[in-house]
Design a protein. Structure first.
Length: 341
């Protein structure tokens, strides 16, 4: 309508100027007649029709385009619990290891145990023949005077457990005191946990922890002991966690230990994808639906988080609200939306 009135004003000015020009022309030639007046009237009608057509064509072009609605999916906040865990690496180790030593110099006449065999305390690990016994092997062994001398010396174990190493083969020569093998006690399995000293106020003897195994199993345990020294290079203190032999873990396995530092219970959380942020990740917000067709921007403060949810802190969000899940990226405030079925 503004364009129409503007054109009307221009039309009146144009008609006035045309009329003045024609009046001057006809007055100069003394030809002011009825025919002249009719021609002016006819010319004005043509100009009026032309301007009306021009206005109608422009008004058609100035019609507003239809509003584009953003298609979205929605989610709702939920009450949940979050925990801030300290994750550290740890390694398994057997505290008690028993070595089997040769009790005489000579040749190994019997050695049947292999790595991995389970052996009990007091059982025979090996038999050794001395050099003298080997030298006299050609003597008639049926002689009563030599039978006792030809009996090999038994080497017995001092602990029960699994054979972790065997260092010699049958027929090898050994000296007295040489280590024939090693036995580990499964009940002495512990986890060595190196904790940075900055966490000494949060990690102590008696602290609950969660152990994550490589196969996905979880073991809930307690820190049992600590060593009274700190590594000079890494500034970490070693803590010990006792593990049950029922897990049958090998020595040297690296595990993850989670120690809870902070826990929030019954707080509001939303799916991670629903929380938006800026380039510097200093400001956070969610898009909240106030009705079925409009979403507004609500600033939030984020708290603890896990793999799928983020704790949000805002007085303008409740668990009954609908939050934009898909489609919220770069969505302006007060956007017109439509919910996908």
């Amino acid at each position: 309508m503004t364009t129409f009135f503007k054109n009307q004003k221009i039309l009146k000015i144009f008609n006035r100027k045309i009329k003045n020009i024609l009046n001057l022309f006809f007055l100069k030639n003394n030809l002011i007649t009825m025919k002249y007046q009719f021609s002016i009237f006819y010319f004005q009608i043509l100009l009026t029709i032309f301007f009306f057509c021009s206005c109608s064509s422009k008004s058609g072009k100035e019609e507003k385009e239809p509003v584009v609605k953003i298609q979205i999916t929605v989610t709702q906040p939920q009450n949940c619990s979050f925990a801030n865990n300290l994750e550290l690496n740890a390694v398994t180790k057997f505290q008690k290891k028993s070595v089997v030593r040769a009790n005489a110099s000579g040749y190994i006449a019997y050695l049947q145990n292999k790595t991995g065999d389970v052996i009990t305390s007091g059982s025979i690990f090996a038999k050794i023949k001395t050099k003298e016994q080997v030298a006299l092997k050609s003597v008639d062994t049926n002689s009563t005077s030599y039978k006792k001398f030809q009996t090999p010396t038994n080497v017995t174990t001092g602990a029960s457990g699994a054979v972790s190493s065997v260092n010699y083969l049958q027929g090898d020569f050994v000296n007295e005191g040489d280590i024939l093998g090693e036995i580990v006690e499964p009940t002495s399995l512990v986890l060595l946990l190196n904790v940075p000293y900055e966490y000494h106020s949060s990690v102590n003897v008696g602290t609950k922890c969660e152990i994550v195994l490589p196969d996905g199993r979880h073991i809930f345990s307690t820190i049992n002991q600590n060593l009274p020294t700190v590594d000079a290079d890494s500034q970490t203190q070693t803590f010990l966690i006792h593990l049950s032999p029922e897990y049958q873990l090998p020595e040297g396995m690296k595990l993850i230990v989670r120690i809870p530092l902070k826990q929030d219970v019954n707080v509001l959380g939303v799916v991670r994808k629903a929380v938006q942020t800026d380039e510097t990740q200093e400001n956070f917000w969610v898009m909240k639906l106030i009705n079925d067709s409009m979403a507004i921007k609500i600033p939030v403060v984020i708290g603890l988080q896990n793999d799928s949810l983020i704790e949000i802190i805002s007085s303008k969000i409740s668990k009954d609200d609908r939050i934009v899940l898909n489609g919220a990226f770069q969505m302006p405030d007060s956007s017109i939306v439509t919910i996908k079925n």
